[in-house]
Design a protein around this ligand. Sequence first.
Ligand SMILES: NC(=O)c1ccc[n+]([C@@H]2O[C@H](COP(=O)([O-])OP(=O)(O)OC[C@H]3O[C@@H](n4cnc5c(N)ncnc54)[C@H](OP(=O)(O)O)[C@@H]3O)[C@@H](O)[C@H]2O)c1
Length: 324
Amino acid sequence: MRVVSCNSFAPVDQLVVEDRPSLPLGEGQVRVAVAACGVNFVDALIVQGLYQLKPTVPFVPGGEVAGTVVEVAPDVTTHSVGERVFVTTGLSGGYSSEVVVPAFRALPTPATITDAQAATFVQSYCTAWFALKYRARAQEGEWVLVLGAGGGVGLAAVDVAHSMGLKVIAAASSESKRELALAAGADAVIDTANEDVKTRAKELSGGGVHHVYDPVGGDLTEAGLRSLRDDGQLLVVGFAAGEIPKLPANQILLRNRRVTGVDWGGWTVTHGAENVQLLADVIAAVGRGELHPVVPRTYPLADVAEALTDQLERRAVGKSVLVP
Ligand SMILES: NC(=O)c1ccc[n+]([C@@H]2O[C@H](COP(=O)([O-])OP(=O)(O)OC[C@H]3O[C@@H](n4cnc5c(N)ncnc54)[C@H](OP(=O)(O)O)[C@@H]3O)[C@@H](O)[C@H]2O)c1
């Protein structure tokens, strides 16, 4: 099998693509021939040792894949060869032409999406779903400002919010990202490179938004906080801009605003059963065609450094996959 190996925490161009013998198949496991490995921003942080959780090196990066079952352990009755499945591998293990996993981790791919889409929706959609439904408890008709709306978790939030009947303002730095957000159901867009986010969000929402979904951080966070109406809440999702913002507490006090943490990954560890339900709800909504995971850009597995650099340097629009 062909894998990407992270042999030490280092810049993404130090990743090595190599051939290895296939892994043995144990009891209760299935072997999946991987058609697409989902690329996430967090993968770039993990390989550099910049994420709060650090796998033991060497490791194969990547957390989500999709493909076809090619071998089933004799004791497994739930799966059969030829079945299309997607797998969440966790912090690592995904950038590989095959994975061997416990059968329960290989979930049937909805017929409505391709393998590439199946390899890229779990992390982004579960985060968005958890943020808007579980943390924000957002209600139909409310306004949400989505920052980084042309990126992975931002675009998923636009889609999830639209499906919930929220009114969505999508903020992004480039025309192509804003176009993608509009196609995903955004009602209005803000050009973060040229427009004042607070002023525009207040104008568009008639006085302030109910929720701000923030996977970006940096200066945009305070602009988002200031665009909230009475009792509005800022959802802290991530810091793609690199800088962890410090917020003026008076802007939280004023208008009785709230700041809410969103740690879907951490929550899955402490709330396993609830996460199974959350994932089932997301998959069902995808299967019904209510959610529309974006068609990702594809890179050959050997171009992993380019794919991750595009992510780190803001060129990634929507989602990306590596094709082994
Ligand atoms: N809390 C959770 O449970 C959870 C789950 C998944 C991911 N995350 C986090 O969410 C963040 C975004 O992930 P993602 O997959 O959506 O990433 P992404 O696809 O790369 O999108 C991030 C967006 O952030 C904006 N950005 C601003 N400055 C940037 C910079 N210096 N470098 C890169 N992007 C920059 C870009 O939008 P513009 O060009 O429009 O500014 C970009 O499209 C990451 O920090 C990730 O770790 C959190």
